[in-house]
Design a protein around this ligand. Sequence first.
Ligand SMILES: Cc1cc2nc3c(=O)[nH]c(=O)nc-3n(C[C@H](O)[C@H](O)[C@H](O)COP(=O)(O)OP(=O)(O)OC[C@H]3O[C@@H](n4cnc5c(N)ncnc54)[C@H](O)[C@@H]3O)c2cc1C
Ligand SMILES: *[C@@H]1O[C@H](CO)[C@@H](O)[C@H](O)[C@H]1NC(C)=O
Length: 432
Amino acid sequence: MPTAKLRVAICGGGIGGLALAVALSKYSDIQVDVYEAAGQFKEIGAGVMMWERTWKILDQLGLSEDLSKAADTPPNGFPGIGFDFRRADRETGFQFHMYNPPYGCIRFHRAHFLDVFVNHLPSGVAHFGKRLLSYEDRHSNSQVILKFADGSQGTCDLLVGCDGLKSTVRKQMYDQAPFKEPTLKIVAEPIWSGWVTYRALVPADRVRQANGGKETRTTTTPMMYCGKSKHIVSYPIFQGRIVNVVGLVFYPEGEGKTFDGPWVTECDGAEVIKHYVGWEQEVQDLLRHVDKAMLWAVHSLRPLPMYTSGRVALLGDAAHAMTPHQGAGAGQAIEDAYILAALLGEPSITALNLWKALSAYESIRLPFANRVLRESAVSGKMYEFNSIFQDNYTSLGPAIDAQWSWLWESTPEEEVERALKRMRGLGVKHKL
Ligand SMILES: Cc1cc2nc3c(=O)[nH]c(=O)nc-3n(C[C@H](O)[C@H](O)[C@H](O)COP(=O)(O)OP(=O)(O)OC[C@H]3O[C@@H](n4cnc5c(N)ncnc54)[C@H](O)[C@@H]3O)c2cc1C
Ligand SMILES: *[C@@H]1O[C@H](CO)[C@@H](O)[C@H](O)[C@H]1NC(C)=O
């Protein structure tokens, strides 16, 4: 490698960190190091879904061929089922809405999805067992010193915190920010959304066998089973071998509070089933096969006022952890990565004028991702008949679709163009 114009340290190798590493790897003059706390890259045993918007970015990153093989059904460009919405909290359920966007709902097993990124990482960039404890943004010699739990140190020109919901980087950035308003520091703490979610994987063959060997809606279709203050998302992954099941229960008294207890535990199937007693038969026919589940208290961030400070930036859940109701958190992390890489990759950007790239990144990504974060929480209320539309299906259906309008109002390519234009318009002021 020629002498790097920029050394980027990525803290955290989840979907966001790996997307950034892959996106930056096409610039031979940028040195990339991924510091991951765990001993390997790993994802939880659950599904993840994407929309066309994210798929187009993944295609640009050169991942679509491998991801097509990993997807439940490779996207073919035609409209597909986004979600089939049913009123399900009664003996006889019924469809009240169908969301049919281009490409439909593109679905993966998380492990398979992450593997594709790992397989596209250049060799030598990954460092495991590196839990970042703190950083020092040294203005004197324009670099960032990284301090890890194993006692080692690293240096870089830019630190990108891709370290998730409980981000260490975000905490330090906000603790040290020269806010006049002290409450802004607290704004960076995660809050409980009021939802808990039961996440489970069900072998699809068991569902089929119980149905006389025939397919059912749950083995073929992304489903949204809606009830009052509860809902269940299910969709097949792994070429129809597994049904990903996500049961959600809303506790209004907990919204915005601190969750009391561990945020993730395990439970058995009986605990999941008890929340959906009296729901329609096809829900019972699915939940019966849940042996155990992960119980998550769903936390999110409030919309943050900054994603960058000095030579440090936040990306993915570290910047905008959101509720899962729009299937958008990972997609937004990937979009952050796509835009930040395009800005840093500009030949004119070096360690000395990095602030321009960071300023443009924040000005484009912060309002966008914060909007998705807000809309996602509202979507969750809609699915549970707790929005202003209540159970007026005539107005609720179109309102649910409209929540996703950010997917189509611009393309990621246009967002990159806007960001580059913003960056080029910045003067010579030296901010770092
Ligand atoms: C129930 C549920 C369902 C969801 N479904 C979807 C969906 O269908 N589609 C979608 O787009 N999104 C979905 N999301 C959101 C999505 O999972 C997240 O937005 C996404 O995984 C965030 O990726 P990330 O890389 O930013 O963070 P993470 O995946 O949290 O990765 C952070 C990484 O940083 C490492 N790390 C942490 N601290 C340190 C440290 N101090 N030093 C070094 N490394 C560190 C961690 O080990 C981890 O590898 C869902 C979320 C939930 C809760
Ligand atoms: C439901 O919404 C439609 C469309 O906004 C409206 O015309 C209708 O009056 C509403 N129905 C009820 C029962 O409120």
